[in-house]
Write a protein that binds this ligand. Sequence first.
Ligand SMILES: [Zn+2]
Ligand SMILES: [Zn+2]
Length: 283
Amino acid sequence: MRLLIYSKALYASWVYYSPDRIAFDAGEGISTILGNKVFAIERIFLSHGHADHITGLIGLINIRNSGMGDTEKPLTVYYPEGNWRVAELIKYIEKTNRRLQYPLAWVPIAAGARIPLFSGQCDRYMEAFSTVHSPNEPSLGYNIIEQRRRLKAQYRDLSQEEILELVRAGRREEISESYEKRLFSYGGDSVALNPDDVQGTDILCHDCTFLTEEEREDYKHATLSEALEVALRAQVQEAFLALHISSRYKHRLKEIEEQLIREHPKLPFKVIFVPPGKLFRYE
Ligand SMILES: [Zn+2]
Ligand SMILES: [Zn+2]
């Protein structure tokens, strides 16, 4: 299991990305539903300070201190610098959790920040980018990026044997180059993301509060067609996950999904509607 997601517009949103033990947002229910997995989380990245994305932190921080698990494991929460709602919650949590057994760090970050993740042998880090959501309240989206190596273009037509020969001759560095691969992108519940910010990502989690254009309210979230356009322009490689869907579509998801496939029969990635109010797994 790579992802565990719970997302319902207005109510609660959170995503657990298990390869790097990261939670994106921490809406209500995160610790109740994750159970012992909350002890696995090492980092939490908050997109913004609306209640449906942060209220689960109160329970999670408390459970990590007194539940059945490693109560000394450090936890770091990253959040958009200057977000006053998050700042208020930090004050409350610090006041009411004076004797935590584990180190809890709050790290304000801005767009462009890169945080090393040190997972396994690969060089991975988190990159923050700015999103548009609520006036006077900074919000961020996040990319998990892996530093990889590949053959330089002029060597890609060589046979396996010829490449091995060059490597044996000590020319590995010379024939290869490093590049960055986006593995996962999370945009919170913002309006349509800038496709450049998530270009080439494997998995894109995009707000889809409104599945139909007619029901769009103010310019705060995204519609399905706006998000799909972002996914196409960003050349998403594997899957486009529609999150933060309004519960008004609960009984029409299948129908809207089928209609989308009919209208776009040859999409180069999977389209997945994360059902509002249900725990969703992505392998
Ligand atoms: Zn919001
Ligand atoms: Zn929200």
